[in-house]
Design a binder for this molecule. Sequence first.
Ligand code: ADP
Ligand code: LRH
Length: 488
Amino acid sequence: MTILAYDLGASSGRALLGRLVNNKIEVEEIHRFSNDPVQVGERLHWDVLRLYYEIKQGLVKAKQLKVEPQSIGIDTWAVDFGLIGSSGELLGNPYHYRDRHTDGMMEKVFTAIPQTDIFERTGIQFLSFNTIYQLAALQQNGSPLLRDAQHFLMIPDLLRYYLTGDMLNEFSNATTTQMFNPLTGDWDGELIERLGLNRSMFGQVVQPGADAGRIRPSVSAELGVGNIPVIAVAEHDTGSAVAAVPALQRPFAYLSCGTWSLMGTEVERPVINETAYRLNFTNEGGVDGTYRLLKNIMGLWIVQELKREWDQAGRGQSFAELVKLAGEAKPFTAFIDPDAAVFLPPGGMEARIRAYCEQTGQQLDRSPGAIVRCVLESLALKYRYVLELTEQLSEQQFNGLHMVGGGIQNKLLCQWTANAIGKPVWAGPVEGSAIGNMIVQWIARGELADIWEARKVIRDSFEVEHYEPAEQQAWQDAYGRFTQVTGL
Ligand code: ADP
Ligand code: LRH
């Protein structure tokens, strides 16, 4: 029996068919597309109709292969949303979380609601682009969207609504808004009202694995497919990615490595205390009542932006080529804190890295290899820093690190991560989110018992690459310089 998983990251989306054969997962990628944000004047938007078009293309490709999936699940990046008006139509183009309209919004919100109160109610880390600050920005700017909005749907809720006609809010993604209260298991009505937002926009929240309707007749007719059931998976891509980590048991540490690097550990209950608040860790909802105690690290976004800039300038090289050049460049010449706020918005990344190095008295060579090396080494060192914080906060020791996601194709980064943390790295599967999406569908369909059986099946189905730590002294010395330069 074949199922279909759509996984949309901030840089690209894909549709994969999955089959469970003799307790092994077979996957077939049938569609892949880039996800290109669109700048309109000062605003940065997602091209959501194009993304919906690509979702439909996935079904067309399945049909061309004579496959009618038994069910469908969609996961995407978190925090972003669309607002639906009384006619059932999307109001405006969804904003990209990197739009500058949230600049300074956190501080504004804290004047109305104390920061500690927000953390106690939600357990979510403070990121300038969380949904709560995006909505506050719309409100502050007197956006007509908020006046007319009847329903709030996050990006996967919206794409699923387009397919089925049913509006539901999925739990794992809802938690990333910083307006969901894990202790009550529902939207935090008081927080929403104190923000001056309309509580009734926020709909019923369903758990990963819930039945989320079927492809609606008009879509079936348009594409020539049946009324295929749609399952609400862990629709936050990181929730799906962590569900697919092939760990044997808890505790385990993971790094979901794509546009973002998400590092942490899976816990059974949210950890909402003074230390989590101080270290700015998050508790995002997951599969089977679990939570992801993790921290965002800026990730390969910085390399993506360098690549985009060089591509535009006609000096384009593939990720594989950039990694090769980084491997050939001189080690440990300069370091950045990848999480410095200057690296969040798009554009001018090389100049910003250069400015960071100048301000911290470091010399950075002009070659792409040197620049990419600086970013990748800094990421690996930041992973060590956050892994140690995760150990401190969770009061657990990890004997290695699981890495999943597109970033593990960068073998240099996997090896440097092992070197930096001084522990083994186990890398795989590369399509973590899509596979996590699939296993929730199989659990919902009764074909897998639970997350632990699913993780065993994943271990048996996919190659996991082992990286042993090397060059320990050099990385230890580098860590000292990194923490000094970055002030961590
Ligand atoms: P997202 O889901 O956030 O869009 P992915 O998980 O697809 O991101 O990972 C994208 C990242 O993977 C890119 O930023 C790039 O750094 C890395 N990557 C992709 N292909 C390769 C490759 N062939 N070699 C090295 N790195 C790669
Ligand atoms: C990764 C991700 C991450 C969020 C960010 C907005 O794709 O979902 O978990 O913090 O995008």
